[in-house]
Design a protein around this ligand. Sequence first.
Ligand code: ADP
Ligand code: ZN
Length: 437
Amino acid sequence: MTYQYWDQKMETLPRSGLEAYQLAQLKKAVACALRTGFYRKRLHDAGIHGEEDIKTLADLRRIPFTTKHDLRSGFPFGFLSIPKENVVRLHASSGTTGTPTTIYFNKEDIRRWTSFVARSIYATGCNSADVFQNMITYGLFTGGLGFHYGGEEVGMLVIPSGAGNTARQFKLMQDFGTTVVHATPSFLLHVEAKMREEGVTRESLRLKKAFAGAEPYSEDTRRRIENLLNIDVYNSYGLSEMNGPGVAFECQCKNGLHLWEDGFIPEIVNPDTLEPLPEGETGELVLTCLCREAAPILRYRTRDLSGFYTESCPCGRTHRRLRRITGRTDDMLIINGVNLFPSQIEEVIMSIKEAGNNYLIAVEKDGVMDRLTVKTEVNRDIFMDDTRPLNALRERIRKTLQASITINPRVELHESGSLPVSEGKAKRVLDTRPKDV
Ligand code: ADP
Ligand code: ZN
C-alpha cells in the first residue's frame, strides 16, 4: 500500500525530534497557562513561575492534573489566556456527564485545529475529489464545524448535512455522489437499518468511507457497519477540551488511532493512584494541549480508558497509536457487585448476526438486588406466529451475554426501529437505581 501524508515531515518525525518539538510547545503552553486566572495560582503553588521552570518533558509531571470539575469551576472565563477581543470562536462539550464546559479559540488556534483534522482525514486516503457529508450535529458541538473546516482544508466538497433525517441524508448522498461520511457509529447503524427499510441499495450510492467517533464502539460494530455498507470505517477520537476532533485518528492500516503528538502530550495513568502506567497498559488517558493559545489546558484527565500499541505502524508515522477507547471510567456500572462496562454488552450484541443495530441497557432495583435487562432490536421477519425461533434467539443472546459478563441478564427482543434513536451520542444506559444506595 502507498500512504499519503498531509505533513510528511511532522507525521514521520523521528521520536527525538518529536520530543524536542513537544518540549518547545510545552514551554509555550505553560507561558499561556500562566496568563489564566485558573492556572496562575495552580502553577505558582507547584513552583512553576515561568516557562524556564520547564526544562525537560519530565517536568510535565510537576504540573497538577486538571479535571472536568476544574473546568466547570473556571466557567466562563477562568481558562482564557488572551484578551476577549482576540477570541474568534467558542465551543462547548456535549455535556454527556453534566454541565458543559466551554473552550475558546483565536484565529491561529482555529488554523492549527483545522490542520490536525485535515491531516487525519488525509491519512485515511481521502483527497480533493471526495464528496464529504458531515452527518453530525453542528453548533456548539465540535464535531460539526471541526470536520467541516478540516474537510474544506483537504479540498473535498463538504455537505453540511448535520445529523438526523435519514431520508434527506439519502437524497443528498444520491444527488451529489457522497463518497465519505462522518457520523456517530450509532447513527451509521441507524442509517443502514433505514436504508434496508426504505429500499435504498448501497449500489445506488458512491459511499466508500466513514469516519465514526464521538462515542465508544467495538471492533464488531466497525465490522458490521463495514460489511453492511461495503465501506471502510475509520475511528476518530477527540474531545472539546483538546479542540474537538483531530486528536487521534486511524490511518489506512485501521489498527489503532495515531495520536498527533505534536499537538498533544498523552499520558496513561492508573485512574485510582494517578501514577503513570508502563507503556502498553490500559488506564486513563491524560492529555496536555500544545496547540491552543486562547484556552490552554494542561494534564487534562479525560476519564477515557485506553492504552498505546507498542509496535510501530506500517504507514511510517511516528506518532503513537491508541487502542480503541472502551469507555470512560465513569461509564462503569456495578451490578450486584460485579463491574460492567456497556462496551462489553455492545461487543456481544454486535457479534450476533440476528441481533439488530440498536440496543438499550436498563438497570433497575428489584428488591435489594440490581436487575440488568438488555433490550435489542431484531429483524421484523422473526416476529411470526411461531414463537420458537424468537425464544431460541433470546436464549442464545442471554447465554452469550452471561458467558461474557458473568451476570445473568434478562433479554428483550424488540422489532427493528422501535427502540429510541439519538442523533448525537447514543444514550445506551438507562439506570433507574436510586443514586444514594
Ligand atoms: P462530553 O464529555 O460532554 O461527551 P465531548 O463532546 O467533548 O464532550 O466528547 C468527548 C468524549 O467523547 C471523549 O472524551 C470520549 O469519551 C468520547 N469519544 C469521542 N470519540 C470517541 C471514540 N472514537 N471512541 C470512544 N469514545 C469517544
Ligand atoms: Zn499508521
